[in-house]
Design a protein around this ligand. Structure first.
Ligand code: C2E
Ligand code: CA
Ligand code: CA
Length: 602
């Protein structure tokens, strides 16, 4: 009998044969189905079964005792891609995807043989090669002597449900931007590794990674560029780590790496983790090509180790690695540090300053004081604006205590813009009230100066306040100049075109040479306090001050001494040719309101 004929025959004969049985059993009962003609229940015509078979939205197949397919319904054809003719005579192996193990099929057959049915999830292969998930029910049909007559199977395509499930899992466990694990999945894996390390006694490591100055890329080149860079970083991390290591993105430019099964010896584990960190550092340093632009970025890494001896929570380990990463930042970035308990106290202090500083900025706790600058005849030359934090509980906080944190965290950008605006507004107000203030010196942090928005922020402060640019003196440091000379000169030129002047602060403490200075469009050198302090009794300091003054003379620059505390210092400096002074001898920095008493109208 040809396969088709057999199917036809089967079609009618099976329907007739099964009539009685089906009255008692739905096709997918969980019991063994036996054909039984002795039923006395009302009959349903075979055409009804045929109709049900043909129009069911579930795929159905009927196979003989040798698993040879006798018949399939149209839904089967639609779901699998195999026509009736292609299916008949084949076994269900036709749909095998290769996804399931042998033991999976062993269990399936065990259930069929012992219970007469199987149901479960399965991955099948479409005729076009695509895998798809199904929910399948198979029943065994036997005769009265428990001889297998047929296998009937019905299944529905559950790919959509499975895809939704997978998407939900991804949303819960993966970072959408980078495709890496997210914090939740990382902590889950870390917890597993903590238990594994406890059992095995092998060390593991958590490496916290933060890109250096990533904010600048976002601010200057836009968030799209920032996102693309983060994706590239994610790729490089994956490329440079073993597949069994977990890399996650915690958010922003923060990534974290989990290394497990390092070794049993602390020294060796440290060495391995350090090597991995260095490899990652090197890989990230290579130039990136993002939207036709070449970019370079470094990273700072913090490492903490765990093994049986430690009883740390995942949260604690992440915090330790984070703290160590911060230590790497303070060590000058583009490096890695191992966690040490001493780092924690420092980190907590910094965190509280950071949080409070953000609040302070929003709540007008940041103010400017003004320290006058005079010539030898006590004529007012101008002021230097100096920032103060009026903390409601801690009182006045010195800039030395919060500026480094502001610089490390990037808050300095917002803070610096605010201070620039406040200083310009104050100077404009003095001028409009008719007070004679020749100039106001404003300190600029190197982080602020190198930020892409710097020139714009100065321009907008001037526009908003209407201040006279010729009365503004920006104080920058020598080290800024040395690091980025061309960029710095360009920005200075742009601002000088507006009439703004520049002073080199703390002069003498950096490493700038005459060659550098000659190239810079600067107006003034400010002799650092440390030289002024001992000028009258330390020959070296006196010699340095003399040199600085001579240098200023030959470069045609103004000169001013800061930190002048005694009349002897004034006399000595004046003798050397310095005729501008700032220091406690003349006045401490004053709040805006007190400045009015020393201002001169006309
Ligand atoms: P600096 O620019 O060298 O400022 C001079 C510092 O010396 C000020 O300290 C001032 O109060 C102090 N000083 C002035 N005269 C004397 C004196 O005769 N004897 C002694 N012992 N000290 C004197 P302050 O205000 O604590 O500022 C410290 C540093 O913080 C500044 O050093 C500057 O680098 C930074 N800073 C202050 N205000 C700002 C600001 O608005 N922006 C930025 N970026 N940095 C600022
Ligand atoms: Ca200064
Ligand atoms: Ca200074």
């Amino acid at each position: 009998m040809s396969a088709l004929k057999k199917a036809d025959h089967f079609n009618t004969s099976l329907a007739e044969e099964m009539d009685s049985s089906f009255q008692l059993h739905s096709p997918f009962v969980t019991r063994r189905i036996q054909l039984n003609h002795a039923s006395s229940l009302p009959q349903i015509g075979s055409s009804v079964y045929q109709c049900f078979f043909e129009h069911s939205s579930d795929a159905m197949l009927i196979a003989d005792a040798d698993c040879k397919i006798l018949h399939v319904n149209p839904a089967f054809v639609a779901i699998t891609g195999y026509t009736l003719e292609e299916s008949i005579g084949q076994t269900p192996h036709l749909l095998c995807s290769g996804v399931h193990s042998e033991s999976f099929y062993d269990q399936l057959w065990e259930s069929l043989n012992q219970k007469g049915y199987w149901r479960g999830e399965l991955v099948n292969k479409h005729k076009n090669g695509d895998a798809f998930s199904i929910w399948q029910r198979i029943n065994v049909i036997e005769d009265n002597n428990r001889q297998v007559l047929y296998y009937i199977s019905a299944f529905s395509d559950i790919s959509i449900i499975k895809n939704t499930e997978r998407k939900l899992w991804q949303m819960a466990h993966l970072d959408a931007l980078s495709g890496l694990a997210n914090r939740a999945l990382f902590e889950q894996r870390l917890l597993q590794e903590l238990f594994a390390a406890k059992r095995s006694g092998q060390f593991g490591a958590v490496i916290f990674l933060d890109l250096d100055d990533f904010k600048k890329i976002n601010d200057c080149l836009g968030h799209r560029c920032g996102d693309l860079l983060l994706q590239e970083v994610a790729k490089r991390l994956q490329l440079n780590l073993r597949t069994e290591d977990t890399v996650a993105r915690l958010g922003g430019d923060e990534f974290v790496i989990l290394l497990s099964g390092l070794t049993h010896k602390l020294d060796d584990a440290e060495k391995t983790a350090g090597n991995v960190a260095q490899k990652v550092l090197n890989a990230l340093l290579e130039v990136y090509l993002i939207e036709d632009q070449e970019l370079q970025i470094s990273a700072s890494l913090g490492i903490t180790l765990f093994s049986t001896a430690f009883d740390e929570s995942t949260e604690k380990l992440l915090r330790q690695a984070d703290v160590a990463m911060y230590a790497a930042k303070t060590e000058g970035k583009s490096t890695y540090c191992f966690y040490h308990p001493d780092m924690l106290e420092q980190a907590n202090k910094r965190l509280s300053i950071e949080n409070e500083l953000r609040f302070a900025l929003q709540n007008d706790q940041i103010v400017l004081f003004y320290q006058p600058q005079y010539d030898a005849a006590r004529q007012l030359l101008g002021f230097e604006a100096l920032v103060r934090w009026q903390h409601p509980e801690k009182g006045m906080i010195s800039p030395a205590d919060f500026l480094p944190v502001a610089e490390e965290t990037g808050i300095i950008i917002e803070l610096g813009e605010r201070l620039l605006y406040m200083a310009c507004r104050q100077l404009a107000a003095w001028h409009s009230q008719g007070f004679k203030v020749p100039h106001l010196a404003i300190n600029i942090s190197p982080v602020q100066f190198t930020h892409c928005n710097f020139v714009d922020s100065v321009n907008s402060a001037m526009e908003l306040t209407g201040v006279n640019p010729a009365a503004i003196m920006l104080e920058i440091t020598e080290n800024l100049i040395i690091k980025n000379i061309t960029e710095v000169i360009e920005k200075m030129r742009l601002l000088k075109q507006q009439g703004i002047r520049f002073s080199i602060d703390d002069f003498g403490t950096g490493y700038s040479s005459l060659a550098y200075l000659r190239r810079m469009p600067i107006d003034q050198l400010k002799i650092d306090r440390s030289f002024v302090q001992d000028i009258t009794h330390n020959e070296n300091d006196a010699a340095i001050v003399n040199t600085i003054i001579a240098m200023a003379g030959s470069l045609n620059l103004d000169i001013i001494a800061e930190g002048v505390e005694t009349p002897e210092q004034v006399a000595y400096l004046a003798d050397c040719g310095c005729n501008a002074f700032q220091g406690y001898w003349f006045s401490r920095p004053l709040p805006g309101a007190e400045v009015l008493s020393i201002l001169d109208k006309g």
